[in-house]
Design a protein around this ligand. Sequence first.
Ligand code: BMA
Length: 335
Amino acid sequence: MTAPERATLNVESSHYPPLLLRHPGNPILTGRDWPYSINSVFNAGATLLPDGTTLLLCRVEDRRGLSHLCAARSRNGVDGWQIDREPTLMPNPQKYPEEIWGIEDPRITFVPELEQYVVTYTSYSRGGPGVSLALTKDFRSFERYGVIMPPDDKDTALLPRRINGYWALIHRPMTNLGAHIWVSYSPDLRYWGRHRLMLEARKGAWWDANKIGLSPPPIETPRGWLVLYHGVRHTPSGCLYRLGVALFDLENPEKCLLRGDSWIFGPETDYERHGDVNDVVFPCGYTMNPDGDTINIYYGAADCAIALARASVRSLLDWLDAHGSCERRQRVEDL
Ligand code: BMA
């Protein structure tokens, strides 16, 4: 290799392309914006309402340390947020004992067949975090299905349509095998089975070793389900939450087609690096622009604020083509 070739290689390998671009107005929502007393707001599910309004269903933590969900609406998805004057969905431990220590980290999927939004969220029970599900048409009244996956399980989203006749739920149960992403199927959103490993945490020094989880709901593209997932790295000074990307077969979502080796987004700015929990970026929702390519990713920053980053689906797929591999899933027989 010649010296100029070596120089080019060095430059290229030390510069990662920015795939997610932070909005200059970040953070777009903090506890100071709230119409009632709270500790912090973060990890919001996101969707577009029929009139084009962006709705965020935010995780709000009070000063007891317990969380509930509160809706914020904006015409442009960036500012001018109208925040519900009181909590939108409160834990109801009398009826749903699994919600005794709060409800957290919602993901929203609009399901055309049901003409409703399906919200999946963490219910913090005595036995640890489990998964609960609720249906809504308007984010004002909710039909609660209660707990659908027992503890310890979280980081869940429903796919927007049936796969071979069954609803598909992506989730992250903690098992003796580790904290991997699984997919389960149901005929009716209540009874779940045919549990399959979908993506596993790597081992050793990798950024996504030992513990991963789904971030926003998967994005349907002609090439497959594009999945943004978080990797949790345990370091001597705490956990480091970063984001990676993988692609799964449209009709067989447990089949991983491509997985990137590097993380594509991690804590860098002050509001991501410093907060109640340092060094966390944690997206739970996205909206798609009318161009069908630009996604607005809403993420919790350091468990203290909601921030926005934009990405192009085409660029994420191009990046996966250039940097992804389908060899990155350990053989299921090894587990
Ligand atoms: C995870 C979830 C998130 C939180 C993150 C960092 O386990 O509980 O809600 O943002 O930890 O604290």
